[in-house]
Design a protein around this ligand. Structure first.
Ligand code: ADP
Ligand code: TRP
Length: 324
């Protein structure tokens, strides 16, 4: 059976980019093999410095994943930190990881360019991510396009380990959906928590509408046709709307006579309807935290079972332990 694995950092409120880039594809795969999904709280420590916030985000991502359709009867959902063995594997991998490979990572280079204070955690981030993937013998990893390079690094590390110690790890394949590879944010850049341009999955209807009304548009007069190519509104409608809703919306844009304010209201209404069932389930999970915790505990138990033999093999291959 194929193993699908992915992780989401609990570093802020979930948004449409997370849903279409990572969560929806991951949820769709849960019937096609063993899905293993986790909340990457160790990774989020590189950006979230308040403990109570990390705990809240971790819970919210778990509740969000469940609300969006993750089925705990089929998929394994767990907290990364409930399987701390991942750090042992990260160490075994770090000794086969060339420095140059990490120095070339965009995420690290971006942080340096932004003048962020560099620490070892940020630099070693891709090694821990490789350990996440290799510890569960993942075959395929559904992620957004921005994670492509991290996946390549994980493959490189797995290959280097196998070259030195024999065939221990499966080489994982990235699964990147081209259509929704990058969901634009309200300012047209990639939707991201770090750009403050997100449309949150669990925002109240009022806040949601306000956010959508703030989307950047050009200065085409109301009477004129609106350009569809490159329009943030059209791209977002394509993600949240049905094909018919998208057709109607872009036809209105092309016809002219309709201002951006009205188009945004329409997008807000479609987005609200799209999110309503998720929001309802989310409120239920927020009201029943023990239910979410029980799902995470059971997920961690199953994840540890998958991890144990893989870690044993990796240890044995390197000469760590007595080997009996
Ligand atoms: P953020 O950029 O908001 O910090 P993360 O880096 O935590 O988001 O991303 C979590 C997952 O969601 C990753 O798999 C990532 O590729 C995906 N993702 C995030 N933003 C987008 C986006 N705008 N479009 C598509 N996928 C995205
Ligand atoms: N780095 C990923 C992100 O920011 C999160 C992540 C951590 C992950 N470990 C992973 C994704 C393993 C896929 C597989 O989105």
């Amino acid at each position: 059976m194929k193993i699908f694995l992915s992780g989401i950092q609990p570093s802020g409120a979930l948004h449409l980019g997370n849903y279409f880039g990572a969560m929806q594809p991951a949820i769709e795969l849960q019937g096609q093999g063993q899905a293993v999904y986790f909340i990457a709280d160790y990774h989020a420590l590189t950006s979230v410095t308040k403990p109570e916030l990390l705990r809240k985000y971790t819970f919210d991502v778990a509740a969000g994943f469940l609300a969006c359709g993750l089925d705990p009867a089929r998929a394994i959902l767990f907290r990364q930190s409930d399987v701390p063995q991942v750090h042992e594997l990260a160490w075994l991998l770090s000794v086969v990881t060339p420095l140059g490979l990490l120095e070339r990572a965009h995420s690290y280079k971006d942080k340096v360019a932004q003048g962020a204070e560099m620490n070892h955690g940020l630099f070693a981030y891709p090694v821990l991510m490789a350990a996440d993937i290799l510890l569960y013998h993942a075959d395929a990893v559904p992620v957004g396009k921005d994670q492509k390079q991290h996946l390549e690094i994980a493959r490189d590390i797995a290959q280097k380990f196998n070259d030195r110690y024999g065939e221990v790890f499966r080489i994982p394949e990235p699964l990147i959906r081209e259509t929704t590879a990058i969901v634009p944010g309200t300012d047209g850049r990639k939707m991201s928590k770090s750009y403050n341009n997100t449309i949150e999955l669990f925002a109240e209807p009022k806040a949601l509408e306000k956010r959508i009304m703030s989307i950047s548009t050009d200065s085409t007069p109301v009477a004129d046709p609106k350009p569809v190519d490159g329009s943030i509104l059209a791209q977002l409608m394509q993600t949240v709307g049905t094909a018919a809703q998208y057709e109607t919306f872009t036809a209105r844009m092309r016809a002219g006579g309709c201002g951006y304010g009205d188009l945004k209201k329409e997008l807000a209404a479609v987005t609200r309807d799209f999110l309503a069932p998720f929001q309802e389930k989310y409120r239920r999970y927020q009201a029943e935290p023990a239910e979410v915790e029980a799902i995470l505990d059971e997920g961690a138990r199953r994840a540890r079972e998958l991890a144990r033999p893989v870690l044993e093999r990796a240890r044995g291959a390197t000469g760590i332990g007595h080997g009996r």
